[in-house]
Ligand binder design. Sequence first.
Ligand code: UDP
Length: 362
Amino acid sequence: MRQSSQPLSLLFLSTPVGVLGTGEGGGVELTIKNLAQDLRQTQHQVTIVAPQGSQLDGIPIQPISGNLQVAAQGETREAPIQLPPNSVLANMCDYIRQVQSQYDLIVNFAFDWLPFYLTPFFTTPIAHFISMGSMNDALDEIMEQTATRFPKTLGVYTKTQAETFPFADACRCLGSGLDLSLYDFSEQSNDALVWLGRISPEKGLEDAVAAAQEVGRRLKIFGVLQDKAYWQWIRDQYPQAPIEYGGFLSTTELQQEIRHCRALLMTPRWVEAFGNVAIEALACGVPVISYRRGGPAEIIRDGETGFLVEPDRVEELVKAIHRIEEIDRWACRQQAEEEYSLSALRDRFLAWFDEILDSRNT
Ligand code: UDP
């Protein structure tokens, strides 16, 4: 049996919906980066198999060419599983098949049918980290089959996310974490509100814009412009809103912007699996006002590090914005330090990996 102190050789299968570093993959990009960097600093070997063009400072990437997957959140529940011609996901899986014997464990971050389906065909065990809530019936089905055939191999961010799946009990909650040294605390703030994330309908940006207009405060927006028609629709709906779009920023640039803001608004329409932006804001000392839905409802301490309000109610966001002075910014930073350090995240993942490897060896 493997000693849990022994270094592991890990092969990460990155998301096939975007090039790592562009933000198209959403929060899982940050999770992959943080984990890979931290595991490598603690003597483990990590290689990331990712679409061509992907870049992460100091981490070896095996680039794979091919066409990207369409993200599941834009499709219906009944949509058939699709692969484009010359699929990057299929090409990534094929590469992994060829090199698998060099690794102790494959860690799959792709929210896609194919890696689950292929699990029994591989000789190296696969840990599947599921980065979103339930989206598609065929995908739920193959995930459930994987959970039955390979117990303990499914990981998720949060309990609420797990509960969207019919196999919730089979999921291991791993949470998220940050390199807190990259986020500077700021006691002082200006009056502006901030909204972060992919600009896409499931993120509900229009409600944050409506709330900002109502209270007459600036709303700074940062993130990938994933759905241009949706963005244009918001601008048409709220031509007078005091919004500023600042593009997609690197973590360093982003935290410089966030920490001067008064509060982060999170307005998800879907069950947000986690919401990495919530803990990034907390790490800077910025309170979070969010709909009580999905991951943010498990993260924010209502009345202490932000406010949780009834979902889809702009007037509730407005009330919470008026109460923001009640929140102590230092309490926000402290929560990030207590619950979302990278070392704690690494330990949770390593304990999960050990359990998978041990159950294979017994
Ligand atoms: N993000 C970024 N630059 C930006 C805005 C956002 O790197 O200008 C990142 C942010 O750090 C976070 C991700 O975008 O990791 C959004 O992830 P989240 O988990 O909040 O939502 P998801 O996109 O997964 O639904």
